[in-house]
Design a protein around this ligand. Structure first.
Ligand code: CP
Length: 335
């Protein structure tokens, strides 16, 4: 059944029903198939969208740009420097200016309040490209990827997110799972759990949807019987890099390695990561962690990242298809 998402912003999955999320996933799958079969039709000709990145990106930026180009829209990129945003122009004024010129606005920055203000003042759809609280577009890609790699309905899927569970990815996956009635386990030290208010919110949702929510410090309880194991970097963009030592000490027991995968008891369990990942010492940061802490990989290691269980690049590709579905659904009247 089609849903009218025209002109709707995507700031958080809280604002979307389970049916709307399933609809976006169905449209993503259809757009993916149409692209692969050379039968994609352009529904965004004549549209202009602006991408505001107060922080760096590979996947989010490129998925927006390619999705827009393939659908016939034009894109303007505003990076961490080079505009007045936040220094001598408020987010409200920025919203009112950009809303006069563009059909929609993507925003990546620290503050969920900023993106809410953008949406209040812009008069056009605003899409969350990641804040410290939420990464809903990533979750749509993650849900599509899980759907592609299981024969079960999503409501019967069990998955774990390990590590820094109270930051944007843990929180957003929790919301997505609670909405769709999934079995989600957050595994990490209590100090990193989501705040009680957020947990109360998803537990209330779970009463309606049948979601099973576990938040635990015990690795085995977190992963046992899971179909998918997710993780993310232990220190996110914008966090103080002096915290690496403490993070490693606290989160190393939740590293996704062969032991953690074996604890699932499921030989077909898959590994997922929104990327970028620190899986080895081949990057500048990976080399630094190796030299300073003796780590060859951090939240995941190559024995899992490069294994057959890893579906991280399917997940990365799905950023394109899910972003495209959101752009088409919110900017064009028919899908
Ligand atoms: N996963 C994700 O949001 O990637 P980027 O930081 O590269 O956009």
């Amino acid at each position: 059944m089609p849903f009218n998402l025209f002109n709707k912003s995507l700031l958080t999955l809280k604002d979307f029903s389970a049916e709307e999320i399933h609809y976006l996933l169905d449209q993503s799958a259809e757009l993916k198939a149409a692209r692969a079969e050379g039968r994609e039709t352009q529904r965004l000709r004549g549209k202009n969208i602006v991408l505001i990145f107060e922080r760096d990106s590979t996947r989010t930026r490129t998925s927006f740009e390619v999705a827009a180009f393939e659908q016939g829209a034009q894109v303007t990129y505003i990076g961490p420097s080079g505009s007045h945003i936040g220094y001598k122009e408020t987010i409200q004024d920025t919203a009112r200016v950009l809303g006069r010129m563009y059909s929609g606005i993507e925003y990546r920055g620290a503050s969920q309040q900023n993106i809410e203000a953008l949406a209040r003042y812009a008069g056009v759809p605003v899409w969350n490209g990641m804040t410290d609280e939420e990464h809903p577009l990533q979750v749509l890609a993650d849900l599509l990827t899980m759907r592609e790699h299981t024969s079960k309905p999503l409501s019967e899927v069990a998955f774990a997110f390990l590590g820094h569970v109270g930051f944007n990815m843990g929180r957003s996956l929790l919301l997505g799972a609670a909405k769709l009635g999934m079995d989600i386990r957050l595994g990490g030290p209590k100090a990193y759990w989501p705040d009680e208010r957020s947990l109360d919110y998803v537990r209330t949702l779970a009463l309606e949807t049948g979601a099973r929510i576990t938040v635990t410090e015990d690795l085995e309880s977190a992963v046992k019987g899971c179909d998918f194991i997710h993780t993310d970097v232990w220190l996110s963009m914008g966090e103080d890099t002096s915290q690496w030592g403490e993070r490693i000490q606290q989160l190393l027991p939740y590293q996704v390695n062969s032991h953690a995968m074996a604890l699932t008891g499921n030989p077909d369990a898959k590994f997922m990561h929104c990327l970028p990942a620190i899986a080895n010492k081949e990057t500048v940061l990976g080399q630094k962690l190796y030299k300073e802490y003796g780590l060859d990989g951090a939240e995941v290691v190559d024995e899992v990242f490069e294994s057959k269980a890893s579906i991280v690049f399917d997940q990365a590709e799905n950023r394109l298809h899910t972003t495209k579905a959101v752009l088409v659904a919110t900017l064009s009247k028919c899908l």
